[in-house]
Design a protein around this ligand. Structure first.
Ligand SMILES: [Zn+2]
Length: 73
């Protein structure tokens, strides 16, 4: 059976042993993603989760921007 990758559009032959074979056989609209794109997406997701973990910025401590000058009362 041949399936088209939803991401890059390339047609790939898949064997019965493929993990998505049954799902695709039952549902032709099953979103198949080829190995190349699956790997790429996985890496991109890892990059995105890595970017969300910003290291704490020492210059952005709470209160540092509202520091009162000695003259303020
Ligand atoms: Zn692909």
């Amino acid at each position: 059976m041949e399936v088209r990758c939803q991401v890059c559009g390339s047609v790939k032959p898949i064997h019965e042993s493929h993990r998505d074979f049954k799902a695709i056989a039952h549902n032709p609209l099953y979103p198949f993603i080829c190995e190349n794109c699956a790997t790429k997406i996985q890496l991109e997701m890892q990059d995105q989760t890595g970017l969300r973990k910003f290291p704490p910025n020492p210059l952005a401590e709470p209160g540092s921007t509202v520091k009162k000058r000695p003259s303020d009362k």
